[in-house]
Design a protein around this ligand. Structure first.
Ligand code: FES
Length: 94
């Protein structure tokens, strides 16, 4: 048995993630819902400090952990550079 088998359709909220319709568990924030759904496994703080949850909603960059989850959100992910990306390393060393 998985946690998904314990949910009913009433427990899910429809959103669009990178153009695909998905249903995520009800949660206080978009970031918490994505983590709970297994759609985003990046390490993150969920309290607004790490910046690992940056996404785009209606053309605005937001932190998903600071966005209330609502049905119909259309969200685009921002791809973070890989840890071994030389540009990212250079940025970290500034
Ligand atoms: S999860 Fe860390 S800032 Fe959003």
């Amino acid at each position: 048995m998985t946690w998904r088998s314990l949910l009913t359709p009433a427990d899910l909220v429809p959103i669009t993630l990178d153009g695909a319709e998905v249903a995520v568990p009800q949660a206080a924030t978009l970031a918490a819902a994505l983590v709970a759904a297994g759609l985003d496994a990046r390490p993150r703080c969920l309290i607004g400090t790490c910046q690992q949850c940056r996404m785009v909603i209606e053309g605005r960059e937001v932190r998903a952990c600071r966005v209330a989850l609502t049905a119909g959100l259309a969200v685009r992910t921002i791809v973070a550079p890989a840890p071994d990306d030389s540009r990212a390393s250079a940025d970290r060393n500034r």
